[in-house]
Ligand binder design. Structure first.
Ligand code: AMP
Length: 115
């Protein structure tokens, strides 16, 4: 059973795709938490950060260079932005296909809610 994001990559589920190459895809988050909220997703199905292997290090680095390029193209690079990867239950992960959130377009506030 492919992940939700693989179904987007394969074109089986629609998404607002802003970038794709042979390693990653990026599309708008369906429930944006900021004026710019993109998800950068590897084509390879890696469930969580815990599953990143040494062989994936270049791929994960590529996710970040794509995020920086998209931040620049979105006009938020200079003001700044936030990159987030959630992992498992306590991290608040909902989709178990690795993805990098790129959020900006307003001050992003405190990093986490302190309890
Ligand atoms: P996470 O909680 O880190 O796993 O984030 C999952 C993100 O995927 C959430 O911000 C959702 O709004 C987003 N999302 C879920 N389904 C879709 C979809 N079909 N298209 C775009 N974004 C989605």
């Amino acid at each position: 059973m492919s992940t939700l994001f693989t179904q987007i990559i394969d074109g089986d589920i629609p998404a607002d795709i802003v970038y794709r190459d042979d390693q990653v895809i990026a599309f708008k988050d369906i429930n944006p938490a900021a004026p710019t909220h993109l998800l950068i997703v590897p084509v390879k199905e890696i469930p969580t950060v815990n599953d990143i292997a040494e062989a994936d290090e270049a791929l994960v680095g590529h996710m970040f260079t794509v995020a920086a390029k998209l931040a620049k193209e979105s006009g938020i690079a200079e003001d700044g932005y936030r990159l987030i990867i959630n992992c498992n239950r306590d991290g608040g992960q909902e989709v178990f296909h690795l993805h990098l959130h790129l959020m900006g377009g307003r001050p992003m506030g405190p990093m986490v809610v302190r309890q």
